[in-house]
Write a protein that binds this ligand. Structure first.
Ligand code: PNW
Length: 492
């Protein structure tokens, strides 16, 4: 209904006119004779990516699967949270979402049609262990086998994230979730079991997705499940348990995987962008990247909590052992970086040597109020990871945006702002790759509109529009843009 209301008489007129000329456009690459056959004027290939660059899309289990009670799946904290009144936009839940649990074959065809080489999805812990620990559920494992097989038989390599925020409710009830080391151990057991079962099919595994989102938003701000507002001391311990879970999982995956399996993490570390690309701001941005990510990425990469963090937290600092730090910093095969928005930093004569530059109210953002536009974040994320932490293999595990998409009566979505966003970010990724920062692939968030956490279905991130009443998927103009980008292996 909201959507229909959005199409006022005037804008409908405009869309109608535009649609006349373009409605028949199929989502296929436009042929460019001069490129394809060398006829006519030579066209230089601008912004070309290295051969074999892995283009893909990303999703997460709770956001797309639905089928909340199918085949023995247990409840997660997001089921509980979304069913409480007032937690999610219009009290929406992921009960049905995109129903990808049943429509996964159709979704694999969407990937294939766009030309994706890789797909990043997440496995639902409670499909595999309905109570978090104990007896595994074969039917849950079978779903991921079917999904992986469907991808592989369509020439798409599966990349699986083991934890994208859907913590088993049983572990929240029993241990307070991430407040306990027991949850970290349970995660490692699930990671090991899943790997053993899927290792023949899935060769690339991410442990956790975005510590700050599931810990800080879930256990500090209460905006995400489980909706807690812990005091700093307890919060820091939960943060520690989460990075420990990652490290234990890396070890469990290695112990259970077939040869050739690679392990990494997917993190949205704070991307400190120098306000001016010159000294002393360059140094300030490196320092800021280490300090602002102290509780998560820095300890994972360096095996220590930086002094600035420990001093700042004082008595609230987490309790840990040197053995913990070794586990947390277990070597990784690759690092995944989720890139949305920059944090501008400048040099400052202070103890830390940097200051975060507050954005003015005029700073532009996409439909999500937090999604400030800053394409250079997609250059600085790989550069910092390479320069500071010597990362040798990286992926952009998420990048994309929300738009106020409108489906026209003839089934089109002209999301020119999403195309603008992607084109500009990809241009900066191209700079990073061209300078030699080892980014192997890029996963666009997201394949299709889905359950956007506390924003429910109110904010759309997909390159395919989903009519949540009929479950029909419509490629947006951005899907055509992405298809063309992949076909040319270049930013257009
Ligand atoms: C990521 N922020 O979340 C998640 O990994 C996805 O599940 C999600 O749908 C996507 O980005 C879009 O939101 C984020 O406030 C949530 O900066 C919040 C923020 C960033 C990323």
């Amino acid at each position: 209904m909201r959507l229909l209301k959005n199409i006022s008489r005037r804008s409908f007129g405009k869309l109608g006119a535009g649609a006349l000329g373009t409605a028949a456009l199929p989502v296929t690459p436009l042929t460019t004779p001069s490129l394809a056959s060398g006829q006519g004027r030579a066209q230089p290939k601008f912004y070309a990516f290295p051969e074999g660059f892995l283009w893909g899309c990303a999703t997460a289990a709770y956001q797309v699967e639905g089928a909340a009670e199918a085949d023995g799946r247990g409840p997660s904290i997001w089921d509980t949270f979304s069913h409480k009144r007032g937690k999610v936009y219009e009290n929406q839940t992921g009960d049905v979402a995109d129903d990808s649990y049943h429509l996964y074959k159709e979704d694999v065809q969407l990937l294939k049609n766009v030309g994706c080489k890789v797909y990043r999805f997440s496995s639902s812990w409670t499909r595999v262990f309905p109570a978090g620990t104990g007896n595994p559920n074969d039917k849950g494992i079978d779903f991921y086998k079917r999904l992986a097989d469907e991808l592989l038989s369509n020439g798409i390599e599966p990349y699986c994230t083991l934890f994208h925020w859907d913590l088993p409710q049983a572990l929240q009830d029993r241990y307070g979730g991430w407040q306990s080391r027991e949850t970290a151990k349970a995660f490692a057991d699930y990671a090991g079991y899943f790997t053993k079962q899927l290792s023949g099919r899935i060769k690339n595994i991410f442990t956790t997705n975005e510590f700050s989102s599931f810990i800080d938003l879930g256990y500090r701000d209460g905006r995400f499940a489980p909706g807690l507002k812990l005091a700093p001391k307890e919060l820091n311990q939960a943060r520690h348990n989460a990075v420990l879970a990652h490290g234990l999982a890396v070890q469990a995956i290695r112990a259970n995987a077939q040869a050739g399996t690679k392990v990494g993490i997917a993190e949205n570390f704070v991307i400190a962008v120098p306000i001016i690309e010159a000294e002393p701001h360059l140094q300030a941005s490196s320092k800021a990247t280490r300090v602002l990510n102290a509780a998560y990425m820095t300890v994972v990469m360096e095996g220590k909590y930086v002094e600035e963090y420990l001093q700042e937290q004082g008595a609230n600092a987490p309790k840990f052992t040197s053995e913990d730090l070794k586990i947390i910093s277990s070597p990784l095969d690759f690092v995944g970086i989720n890139v949305y928005t920059p944090t501008y930093v400048m040099a400052e004569h202070s103890r830390n040597g940097f200051a975060v530059v507050k954005k003015p109210s005029s700073y532009p953002h996409m439909a999500s109020p937090w999604l400030d536009i800053g394409p250079e974040a997609l250059y600085w994320a790989p550069r910092h990871a390479g320069e500071i932490w010597n990362v040798k293999e990286m992926y952009i595990t998420e990048n994309g945006c929300s738009s106020a998409d409108v489906l026209t009566p003839d089934g089109h979505v002209y999301d020119s702002d999403r195309i603008m966003y992607l084109r500009n970010y990809l241009t900066k990724l191209h700079r990073a790759v061209t300078e030699g920062w080892p980014v192997r692939g890029y996963f666009l968030w997201s394949l299709l509109d889905n359950f956007e956490w506390a924003d429910g279905y109110g904010l759309r991130f997909g390159i395919h529009y989903v009519d949540f009443k009929t479950q029909k998927r419509y490629p947006k103009m951005s899907a055509q843009f992405y298809k063309e980008t992949i076909a040319r292996n270049a930013v257009l």
